[in-house]
Each structure stands twice: as C-alpha cells, then as structure tokens.
Design a binder for this molecule. Structure first.
Ligand code: DP6
Length: 361
C-alpha cells in the first residue's frame, strides 16, 4: 500500500550501450512522434565503453518528477521526456516487493513521482549518440520499475519518442529501425537482425576528434535538411531501401567487403545531404577527412577492405575493423599519423575492445 506516512524508496538501475548507424537515419516525416523518412541499421556497441547508466526511483515522499544528467539537474518539461514518461506510466502494472512489504497498485503509478539519475561514460552531445543510450536506458529502467509487460520491440517504439536513434539501443548486435507506415507510429520500431555473437570478429575503434558539444544538434540539423535538401528525397526514396536490403545480406553472410562499402558510402552520403542543406551543415572537419583518406588508401592498397568508417553528427570517426589483426594495424596507422604527443587533432581513442591497445604495443 502507498500511504502518506510511509517512507520508502524503490529503485532500479540499468545500463544501456550506445549504437552507431551503418545505414543512417536522417530526416523525420513526423516531428513530434519521431517517425523517420527511411529505415536505418546500426550496430550496438559493447556496454563496457560507451554507455548510459540510469537509476530510476519512486517514493511517496517525492513531490514531483525530477532528473539529473551527469550530476546536474535538467528539466523534464520537454515533450520528449513527457512522451516517454506518459507512455510507460500508461502501461504500468501492479508491483509488489514482499521482502520490504511494499505494494504499488497499477492505478497509483499515475500519482507517484519519480527521481531519475543518469550518467554517460562518454562526452554528451559530441556526435557519439548520447541521446540514443540515454533514452533507451530511461525507457528500459522505467519499464522494469513499473513492471511493464511489453516486449523489447514495443519498448523501442517508446524510446523512439525520446530520440529516434534510441529505439535501436534496446537490442544488442545488429539492429534495424523499421520506419513503419502507421500514422500513430505504432509500427515504427526496432528489430534485432543478428545478436552480438553473430559477427564477433569485428572490432570498433572510435577516434575522438573532438569531445566538444556539436554546433548543430541532430534534431535541428535533420529538420533543416528535410525542409531544404532535394538530395535527401532521392536518398530516402531511391537509395536507402536498396542499401538496407544489401546491408542485411552483408550482415547475414558476414561479408565484410560489402559491409564496409555500404557503411562508408552511406556515411559519405549522409554528410553530402548535410552539405546539400541550406544553410549547409558541416559535421566533419579536416581531421575527419584525413581519417577517411587514411582508411581509403589502406583499403585500396590491401585489395580488400580492412576497415569501414562512419561519422555521425560530429567529427568523431567510428572505425570498424574486419578482425583483430586489422584493428591492430589500424591503431598503429592512427598512432603514426596522429601521434599522441602532437598537441593537435585527435583527443583520444575509445576502444571497442581494451586489448587492442596492448596488442599495438
Ligand atoms: C546522425 O536520434 O539524435 O546519429 O531523433 O532528433 O533525437 P532525434 O535525432 P538523433 O539522430 C541521430 C542521427 C545520426 C544517425 C543515426 O543514428 O542513424
């Protein structure tokens, strides 16, 4: 029972990794429901390195919903938070904690308040998809706290309303966000294409070119692109549907050559679409371009691709190596072109697997 005099707090903590799109989402057909103009495919990173940890707590002594991000209180008044909270609350079930004698009947979730504390172990809003991990983790932990009995796909459609790319972080491995057709967005959700064990040769290295907050947020940027870019229309209608099928095939067959060609081409087209926006949006910088040249030259000299690159809404490079040997060689190349002692260019490397650094000596 929830009684006014009772002093209890019930908490759940969850951890969710971020995901990196290899076929990009860029452009919405519905701004408030966050419905995309095309399908997208991503790979979810390993939770040790780039993830959000969120604790959600409920107590009769809380007088309003509050949230802290990296220790600083933020406002929950925005539509995106409110949409996620409303959707989760409306699906809550009875909760019983026998050990502590706490019972929360379904109907009480509407009046009980929440405290939410969320931490990212990587730079927020620097093009490393922090909102993806953040909203996925928020929805997942709230669903656990409130005993929501929906499957991951249904939860992904709720996380989508926080940030589009968040829907893909509800699963590990390779994930597709299906754009859906319904006007209410019920069928715009994520499905897992393959789990994290399916292609575990791949190693991801993130070269942090800058950990500064980006100038144009993804949300603003893609809105301007939808309004002004003709290239986006062509991309969404003609290019992406074919690429999605080819990428699904490449993942199924662990065909790195096709995977790399598609991922690099899609990243480059996404940035071309940004350039086709008025006013143009520049997310990559000279260092990003140098990294592309290094990867392209190396792939060409080897005859078969050793590395795929992809850049989100920021200058940081996500490099996907075909195997451990390629990752080691890649890291050696990066260290050669961007020596840690040079006071320039690269801030740091975030590794998809700690042992690469050791291997590289
Ligand atoms: C370039 O999901 O951050 O990372 O839906 O407005 O919150 P909102 O945008 P967001 O956009 C991510 C764009 C991207 C590509 C991708 O992740 O597919």
């Amino acid at each position: 029972m929830v009684g006014g005099a009772e002093k209890w707090v019930m908490m759940v903590t969850a951890q969710t990794p971020t995901n990196i799109a290899v076929i990009k989402y860029w452009g919405k057909r519905d701004e408030s429901l966050i419905l995309p103009v095309n399908d997208s495919i991503s790979v979810t990173l390993d939770p040790d390195h780039l993830c959000t940890t969120t604790t959600v707590a409920v107590s009769p002594s809380f007088d309003r919903d509050r949230m802290w991000l990296n220790g600083k209180e933020i406002s929950l008044s925005g539509g995106r938070y409110q949409n996620c909270l409303r959707e989760i609350r409306s699906r809550a079930s009875d909760v019983e904690d026998e050990e502590n004698g706490i019972k929360i009947p379904k109907k009480d979730w509407e009046k009980l308040h929440l405290h939410i504390a969320s931490y990212n172990n990587f730079p927020t809003a620097a093009g490393l998809a922090s909102s993806a991990a953040g909203f996925a983790c928020l929805v997942f932990s709230l669903a656990k706290l409130m005993n929501v009995k929906e499957d991951q796909s249904k939860l992904s459609a709720i996380a989508r309303q926080g940030s589009g790319s968040a829907c893909r972080s509800l699963y590990g491995g390779f994930v597709k966000w299906i754009k859906g057709r319904d006007e209410d967005g019920r069928d715009s959700l994520a499905v897992q294409l393959a789990d994290e064990k399916h292609w575990d040769d791949l190693l991801i290295i993130i070269a942090v070119v800058s950990s500064r907050q980006k100038e144009t947020s993804s949300t603003t940027g893609m809105c301007e692109t939808v309004e002004t870019s003709l290239l986006l229309k062509h991309r969404a209608k003609e290019i992406v549907p074919k690429r999605i099928l080819q990428m699904e095939e490449a993942i199924k067959n662990r065909d790195f050559t096709s995977f790399a060609q598609l991922a690099c081409a899609d990243s480059n087209q996404f940035h071309a679409v940004c350039l086709d926006t008025s006013p143009p949006i520049f997310y990559m910088n000279d260092t990003s371009h140098r990294i592309i040249s290094i990867a392209e030259k190396w792939n060409r000299s080897e005859g078969t691709p050793q590395v795929a690159y992809t850049f989100d809404a920021g200058p940081n490079a996500v490099l996907i190596a075909r195997d451990r040997k390629a990752a080691t060689l890649l890291l050696q190349r990066l260290l050669f072109y961007f020596p840690p002692s040079s006071a320039t260019d690269l801030d740091s490397y975030v590794l998809g697997d700690k042992s690469i650094l050791k291997d590289a000596g």
